[in-house]
Design a protein around this ligand. Structure first.
Ligand code: NDP
Length: 322
């Protein structure tokens, strides 16, 4: 089978198209023929070596397709079933072997590409808005990088809850997309100071929650736009890692909370994985959550997909099609 492999960490060029044997399932695994693999920013961290993985590694942690073989102990799925999964390495390939308890069924009404697009970013937007800081109607959320993969989904979910969404993006085109997803206000943080703008837009009061995936360039100012006792949800570092900071800052800015959550902790049990994925798929099939699959690339063009993602050229979801 064809697969993308990384033998040592580095730039996009370290991702090479190689020929590998189709995997055999271990006793607890199912082999899936991929219809699509999601591309996520975490794949960049794995490729670079910022997140450690045993090398050589087939990157990619989000996929959907059809089961072709199952291990001896697997009874939850069978060949022919349509399934999706995330947070298991190895999806930049034609086939992947996946622990069966990490697979979820794809319901009718959701196609394979939609499933691959919804798993990682959809469940992330879901846990952020429903569990990490459960947004309430009438509250105000600041969402950074709002036209990105997670961003567009998070804006829609926050909007559907009835919250007021202030979004940040870097271009006018992205601003339009954020508005289309339900953002009430959009700040071009590449041109104006989002701290001052957020203060102005909230009449000086600030916001109830900041959902920050950008990190290095936004974190500190984000703390300054929170209302007292409210929450900074730092869930990524697209601009780089946030440097260490003094917790006294949280006291000075109003007894704030900071959390640094990850999806794996919010889908740790089989029950939670099934509940969360089915909640997201229900939103998709009901038309309440629109997936913007803006960029599809052949598997062989994984390097280009990463270049585009890192250069902030993309909006919504990127998929690799084997
Ligand atoms: P995005 O589609 O959001 O792409 C990243 C976006 O970040 C860019 O489009 C850009 O939007 C913005 N950005 C700001 N500064 C930079 C910079 N210096 N370089 C690159 N991009 C920048 O990616 P994803 O939706 O895949 O992921 C978003 C973030 O969420 C990532 O940091 C990822 O690691 C994190 N994440 C965390 C999860 C968790 O559970 N903790 C789960 C899933 C994702 P603009 O041009 O508008 O500024």
């Amino acid at each position: 089978m064809k697969a993308i492999q990384v033998k040592q960490g580095g730039g996009p060029e370290v991702m090479q198209l190689v020929e590998l044997p189709i995997p055999e399932p271990k006793a607890n695994e199912a082999v899936v023929k991929l219809a699509a693999s999601g591309v996520n920013f975490i794949d960049v961290y794995v490729r670079e070596g910022r997140y450690k993985a045993p090398l050589p590694v087939v990157p990619g942690q989000e996929g959907a397709g059809v089961v072709t073989a199952v291990g001896a102990d697997v009874h939850s799925v069978k060949p022919g079933d349509r399934v999706a999964w995330c947070s298991v390495l190895g999806t930049y390939a034609e086939y992947a072997s996946v622990p069966a308890d990490r697979l979820v069924p794809i319901p009718n009404g959701v196609n394979d590409q939609q499933a691959a697009a919804a798993m990682l970013q959809g469940m992330t937007a879901h846990y952020l808005s429903h569990d990490t800081y459960p947004l309430k109607q009438g509250e105000t959320a600041l969402v950074h990088a709002a036209a990105g993969g997670v961003g567009l989904l998070l804006v829609q979910m926050a909007h559907n809850i009835g919250a007021r969404v202030i979004a940040t993006v870097s271009t006018d085109e992205k601003a339009q997309l954020a508005r289309g997803a339900g953002a009430h206000e959009v700040i071009l943080y590449s041109k104006s100071d989002f701290e001052a703008e957020t203060r102005r837009l909230t009449g000086g009061k600030g916001v109830d929650v900041v959902y920050d995936s950008v990190g290095k360039t936004t974190f500190e100012k984000g703390l300054s736009v929170l209302r007292p006792r409210k929450m900074m949800v730092l869930f990524g570092g697209s601009s780089g890692a946030v440097p260490p900071f003094d917790p006294m800052v949280l006291a000075q800015k109003g007894s704030l909370y900071v959390t640094r959550p990850t999806l794996v902790a919010y889908i740790a049990t089989r029950e939670e994985l099934l509940a969360r994925s089915s909640a997201v798929f229900s939103m998709v099939s009901a038309g309440k959550l629109k997936l913007r699959i803006a960029h599809t690339y052949p598997l062989a063009e994984a390097q280009q997909a990463h270049r585009d993602l890192e250069a902030r050229k993309t909006t919504g979801k990127l998929l690799l099609i084997p």
